[in-house]
Design a protein around this ligand. Sequence first.
Ligand code: FES
Length: 365
Amino acid sequence: MTDNGNPTQGPHEPDGQVERFDTSTALPLDQGHIVGTGGIPEQFANPGLPPHVHRMADHDEGAARRAEKQVATLFGISALATVLFVVCYFAIPRDKFSFIPLVGQANISHVTLGVTLSISLLGIGMGAIHWAKTLMPDTEVVEERHTLRSAEEDRHGAVDTLLEGGQGAQIARRPLIKYTLGGALGLFAIPLVVQLVGSLGPAPGDELYTTVWKKGTRLVRDPELTPVKATDVTIGSVFHILPEGIDKTAYPMNEKAKAAVLLMRLDPKDILSQKELDWGYHGIVAYSQICTHVGCPVGLYEQQTHHLLCPCHQSTFDVTQDAKVIFGPAGHPLPQLKITVDQDGYLMADAPFAEPVGPSFWERG
Ligand code: FES
């Protein structure tokens, strides 16, 4: 690679000769467009490398030592986090939940393992980057390209070597070895599968088909967990709802992922389905918030059209017609929760969900 005005090295020719071309007529990069012609020149001048900027650590031994300590500190933090990860793995029970600010109820084991492993990886990554930026050589190197394809004779040689290996091993002549090797390798996968399946934990049973909603469960606001009176729900309003007592369950976040409900009030004249009217209360209707496509929360209510939209893949449900799907990939209406009021006027479930909530495939099989 040379400066302007000197011959420079061009691409390699197939026979290994390097083509040389004259750059005396080449244009600088910023003049590449030839005004008025709309064309571009045949070649651009080699812009060369920008001037090298020395880093502090290149000429100041004190700065280099500081950088060394910083890198070592980052690696040390990583090592410490790894040790903490192992300690947390064995010391913290898997089913311990606690309140964490900004997160809410969370599994302590999951959080500590995630945080320590993140710090461990982050420490290694940041240490390596800082090392590269401060102490490793930073001179720029230009490597000329060459033909990547191997020479024909090398390619034939590789194929011959493979064939010779096969013949030498006598695979074709020794079927006993061939079949027993196939059997051994095939069976070798079983321990891996057994460990994987055996470590998945207990089978979910009917958990995927049921929620914590049952007859008499009050509807409470999410996240305040305060009960809702029928008189609070005005036409056009929408509430994010949870079942009362969900915070007392063993796995509140898991339960919430199935039991979240949207509560809306429509003018009963706008509701086209008799079943929807019967399962609601004076136009107040409650539908599962879990999209029947792949389970995103359906959170957008368009009160003029009475459409519920899922933001993930735009499935749209018509609340005037049993929340049936009118657009998008969801294959099933949102399940309706049958509601009524208690003697104090608070809304409560009149029955559990009559069908599984969430992605439609739970119902198959
Ligand atoms: S999850 Fe709702 S449309 Fe895909």
